[in-house]
Unconditional design. Structure first.
Lengths: 112, 116
């Protein structure tokens, strides 16, 4: 079946560095992608999304890049802060059918 | 964003019993979902809660085990029936808001369930 996977299960960075979290997806019919941040003991928090008619979208300190040719998604966090430490999940879906398929997650640890 | 609350936030239950989890959204939403998350793992969709009709279950999940209600556009319940220790998990309610390609999906804080 369709699946979404991550290249790096853990990522450790120094405060102030830029972080890049990667994600591969397999369903070429997916047209909607979301990044979530999940802190310990909490539900996933929406960070940023992107539709398949775009290849880049920027938010506050975050940028999502979508490469449909190789089915790859990445989340870039600029000037990473200790508060960014969390598990990050990518999710893929379709605006027409609603449900999301989640990747395995990457643990981001930011050292002061 | 949507504000989603869940009750209870956590519970410890005995095997063989049932627990109903409530999910309340602060405004009307187009779709609601229930997910399960095993400790240290990703999220798995249990079912889509349809307003006014039976829920749509994913492979591996059945209505007898996880009955779901959605009486209106802001509220849903998930019952975990005849629980066993394997049902120990985090159960997450999710809601999708928006229309016309501008939808996005939000999550509640989760219900942490331990079955003894």
């Amino acid at each position: 079946g369709e699946s979404v996977g991550l290249h790096l299960p853990t990522l450790s960075v120094q405060e102030g560095d830029n972080s890049i979290i990667n994600c591969a997806y397999s369903n070429s019919a997916s047209d909607y992608f979301i990044w979530y941040k999940q802190e310990s003991g909490k539900g996933p928090q929406f960070i940023i999304d992107i539709r398949s008619n775009m290849d880049k979208r920027q938010g506050q300190r975050v940028t999502v890049l979508l490469n449909k040719t190789v089915k790859h998604l990445s989340l870039q966090i600029a000037a990473t802060q200790p508060g960014d430490s969390a598990v990050y999940f990518c999710a893929e879906g379709g605006t027409s059918y609603g449900k999301l398929t989640f990747g395995q997650g990457t643990i981001l640890t930011v050292h002061p | 964003s949507a504000v989603i609350s869940q009750k209870p936030s956590r519970d410890i239950c005995q095997r063989g019993t049932s627990l109903t989890i409530q999910c309340q959204v602060d405004s009307q939403v187009t779709m609601m979902f229930w997910y399960r998350q095993q400790p240290g793992q990703s999220l798995t969709l249990i079912a889509t809660a349809n307003q006014g009709s039976e829920a749509t279950y994913e492979s591996g999940f059945v209505i007898d085990k996880f009955p779901i209600s959605r009486p209106n556009l802001t509220f849903s319940t998930l019952t975990v029936s005849n629980m066993s220790p394997e049902d120990s998990s985090i159960y997450l309610c999710s809601a999708r808001r928006g229309t016309g390609g501008r939808e996005t999906q939000y999550f509640g804080p989760g219900t942490r369930l331990l079955v003894l």
